[in-house]
Design a binder for this molecule. Sequence first.
Ligand code: SAH
Ligand code: SF4
Length: 386
Amino acid sequence: MTAADQLIVTAPATDRVNLLGLTRQQLETFFIDLGEKRFRAQQVMKWIHHRGVTDFAEMTDLSQPLRVRLTEIAEITPPSIAEQHDSQDGTRKWAIAVEGGSLVEAVLIPEGDRATLCVSSQVGCSLDCTFCSTGKQGFQRDLTAAEIIGQVWLAINSYDAWQSGKGRVVTNVVMMGMGEPLLNFDNVVAAMSLMCDDLAYGLSKRKVTLSTSGVVPNLDRLAEWADVSLAVSLHAPNDALRNQIVPINRKYPIQRLLASAKAYLDAQSDKKRVVTIEYTLLAGINDSVELAQELAQLLKDYPCKINLIPFNDFPNSGYERPSGNAVSRFWQVLTDAGFVVTVRTTRGDDIDAACGQLVGEVVDRTRRAERHRAGRSDHSLLESGR
Ligand code: SAH
Ligand code: SF4
């Protein structure tokens, strides 16, 4: 059964505040406004994010009247799982139903003693990169902070990790699912703050990665709000080519993007950090040895590592995945030039785990998507080595 066969019913919107998406500061303000002590926020955060509790009645360290009051004015509502698929290689993928009946995806990729969760930030995307099926769906709406952090909550919940006391289910988060995180700035910043907060998921800021195709004005102000790792989706070493495949480049060309990403690094206290440069390899378009050399020249002296992503094909994409040889040649040029280069491995092939693949069958509302009617969508995969 595909998600299209299912009727997605989500809970109707209520006036209650969803505490799931509130940062520590926001929750403290919420309790202070209620005439309660600040530390109530800490108690409630632990219930939500450490123990997976969504029912105020179970929060036994809160007074009975406060529990009743909270039930009246607040809620803890994660998005719901529409579908779950397990790959033979351990990858687990969810189609998640968010309010309004749309689906987004999250993918968990276990690897040794860690597991990386790929999280969506928007339903669809407006930036229209030519090789990206999320882009082909057009933009529907931003996810709320609760819907973003709710993907982490659901991933942990789906393993019964709270109940079984199992180790940490999610050790890394990458904002590489559907959507452009910097176009949903406030909600993404709030969700990332919860990912890193000890009272929530306590991930090291190095293990949370925001990936952007280059919304420069928002990247310019990111350092004021977050200190997570940064990945830049470059895909081409010159503006002429990048203009064609990443349209936002026409507005914010490569040098501006690289300067902004460098400024973000420079603002961090950890001076050893680097930008991950993502480069999706499209056969015959951006995978030649000459372009690898040009990329090496462009990034000479730039603090980065490079992640090559062989294109994940989808029907009517108009692109092809390069051969293994072409990928190796490209990798070799960069490695010889002294870069740290990883090649993203494909995981969860049997369940279409590339982000967007499943949802693409369901979310089909734009005229552009109609032209790609057959379109399963396809999106990012996670590298080994992040
Ligand atoms: N909007 C953000 C984050 C989501 S996309 C961004 O563009 O960075 C995450 C990564 O997946 C990006 O590097 C994107 O270029 C890449 N990607 C998208 N579609 C792909 C495809 N079909 N095959 C391989 N990589 C793809
Ligand atoms: Fe949007 Fe990223 Fe896809 Fe480009 S690659 S259309 S920015 S999700």
